[in-house]
Design a protein around this ligand. Structure first.
Ligand SMILES: *[C@@H]1O[C@H](CO)[C@@H](O)[C@H](O)[C@H]1NC(C)=O
Ligand SMILES: *[C@@H]1O[C@H](CO)[C@@H](O)[C@H](O)[C@H]1NC(C)=O
Ligand SMILES: *[C@@H]1O[C@H](CO)[C@@H](O)[C@H](O)[C@H]1NC(C)=O
Ligand SMILES: *[C@@H]1O[C@H](CO)[C@@H](O)[C@H](O)[C@H]1NC(C)=O
Ligand SMILES: *[C@@H]1O[C@H](CO)[C@@H](O)[C@H](O)[C@H]1NC(C)=O
Ligand SMILES: *[C@@H]1O[C@H](CO)[C@@H](O)[C@H](O)[C@H]1NC(C)=O
Ligand SMILES: *[C@@H]1O[C@H](CO)[C@@H](O)[C@H](O)[C@H]1NC(C)=O
Ligand SMILES: *[C@@H]1O[C@H](CO)[C@@H](O)[C@H](O)[C@H]1NC(C)=O
Length: 402
């Protein structure tokens, strides 16, 4: 393991940068309801900016191997651009998606013998993606807690909105932790949903698009990715809706690699350029990887690193821990250079394979697959505990040790 010195981080000392908007909030002159007000949180060597529109992360700076601060997420500089995005490309950049992330087959599900139908917003009405037309990424969340290093957004969702039964309250908290001798800081997220009355599907997810190289390369194909517990994926059909099957990542055997086997570290291109399990006509990764934790850990253990990923350009490694049962990995197969990211990254065009989305979530469309035994993690109501999706992104610039 190699350390680089942290001297240049002094300029980011959180106490000297406590932002005026946070002061205004704590003094009561900002009410937290402007969905386009940016809020920045700080820790030693790291900062992150959010808006209430979609409870969205819009910016995240960490220091690279040479101590240069780098913007590592995809996004727009003008917060209002996210509203235009929803109305046009609906990329979900940085948003919280919900109330039920990913795809629901035919927009239909059953709870206790009653059939519910939610409007389908994808594939000419064949499925519902990320909560449909009224998904949580399109909603104006209220900022309800804000201090130097932590922020919370809250959404009250009344029964029937978007076709989903049940009233729900969600609190999404993001916090930063200081850089230390061997870490460049951490971003922790906690999405808590309390269903107040009728049983209803709940699966919130964070939909951050990452580029750990800060777009010094046009794609992430040369990056290295490792998902030690990802032995299986959820089988999907041509429109990426689960078929009910689960399959080992050891299939199909294809020369020169077994594309979706990232249980050992390998370069992203070895998977992306050879995998065609992301829907009809698609080459790339857009798959739900099941996290098979070792038996001596609990099934929701947060101790294991579930994903580790490094850019050769910045040396930044991201290590992910979560309590969730799967990771949806998307290699920006649908981008084609028509959208540009932050000015601090050089306003790069976002090309195909130019970024990576990692969504910690439960087994997708598990509400329609009761034989998977996942309903307790997906249906919530007055008689259950809250739904909690916890994740932690830790950044380092150490060399890998495996
Ligand atoms: C976050 O950190 C970067 C890099 O140091 C800096 O350029 C930016 O101004 C900071 N953001 C805010 C809102 O303070
Ligand atoms: C959406 O994509 C189109 C190109 O297809 C582009 O012209 C437009 O600016 C994009 N919208 C946003 C908000 O980036
Ligand atoms: C899809 O949903 C519609 C509307 O609820 C229903 O009429 C139709 O039977 C469903 N199709 C299938 C294949 O389940
Ligand atoms: C969110 O706020 C914006 C700006 O005030 C408004 O245009 C939009 O309609 C609101 N969206 C919802 C879903 O309430
Ligand atoms: C900021 O708020 C979070 C969440 O309430 C809390 O855990 C943390 O201790 C607070 N930090 C400071 C410096 O007040
Ligand atoms: C990946 O690495 C190869 C070999 O060093 C280089 O030719 C190629 O340009 C790199 N591609 C990207 C997108 O960085
Ligand atoms: C994935 O690849 C590793 C290294 O070649 C191998 O040991 C492992 O058995 C493979 N996993 C599967 C599920 O094929
Ligand atoms: C490029 O992507 C945008 C946004 O997804 C889409 O609207 C547009 O049709 C695409 N253009 C081409 C040439 O595929």
């Amino acid at each position: 393991m190699k350390f680089t010195n942290l001297v240049s981080f002094a300029a980011l000392s959180a106490s000297t940068l406590f932002p005026s908007v946070a002061q205004a909030w704590n003094q009561g002159s900002v009410d937290g309801t402007d969905p386009f007000q940016p809020y920045t949180i700080y820790a030693y060597g790291i900062n992150a900016t959010f808006i209430g529109y979609g409870s969205r992360l819009t910016s995240l700076f960490v220091h690279d191997k040479n101590n240069i601060p780098r913007e590592v997420v995809v996004g727009y500089d003008d917060p209002h651009q996210y509203l235009i995005d929803t109305e046009t490309n609906r990329t979900f950049f940085g948003a919280i998606v919900g109330p039920y992330a990913n795809r629901i087959k035919n927009g239909t599900f059953n709870i206790d013998g009653e059939t519910f139908h939610v409007p389908e917003n994808e594939h000419d009405g064949e499925d519902t993606l990320h909560g449909g037309f009224d998904g949580y990424d399109t909603r104006n969340w209220t900022m309800t807690q804000y201090n130097t290093s932590s922020i919370t957004f809250t959404l009250y969702d009344s029964s029937g909105t978007g076709g989903f039964p049940g009233t729900k309250i969600s609190h999404v908290t993001f916090s930063l932790s200081d850089a230390t001798a061997n870490s460049r800081g951490k971003l922790t997220g906690r999405m808590v949903t309390v269903a107040l009355d009728q049983p209803t599907p709940v699966m919130l997810a964070s939909h951050i698009y990452w580029n750990l190289g800060a777009f010094q390369s046009t794609t992430i194909l040369n990056d290295t990715l490792w998902m030690p517990n990802a032995n299986r994926i959820i089988s999907i059909d041509g429109i990426e809706v689960p078929t009910g099957g689960l399959q080992s990542v050891k299939y199909p055997f294809q020369s020169p690699s077994v594309p979706l086997n990232f249980t050992y570290p390998k370069q992203v291109y070895e998977g992306v350029l050879y995998s065609q399990q992301c829907g009809t006509g698609c080459t790339g990764i857009d798959n739900a990887f099941i996290l098979d934790r070792p038996p001596y850990d609990g099934p929701e253990s947060t101790s294991d690193v579930q994903l580790q990923w490094q850019s050769p350009d910045t040396g930044i490694t991201l290590k992910l821990r979560t309590n969730q049962q799967s990771l949806q990995i998307y290699t920006c197969n649908g981008q084609n250079g028509s959208i540009r990211s932050h000015a601090s990254q050089g306003n790069p065009k976002i090309e195909k394979y130019g970024c990576l989305v990692v969504e910690t979530q439960q087994w997708i469309d598990g509400i329609n697959q009761p034989e998977w035994g996942q309903l307790d993690r997906q249906i919530f109501g007055a008689m259950t505990g809250p739904a909690v999706n916890w994740l932690e992104y830790e950044f380092t610039t150490e060399e890998w040790d495996y």
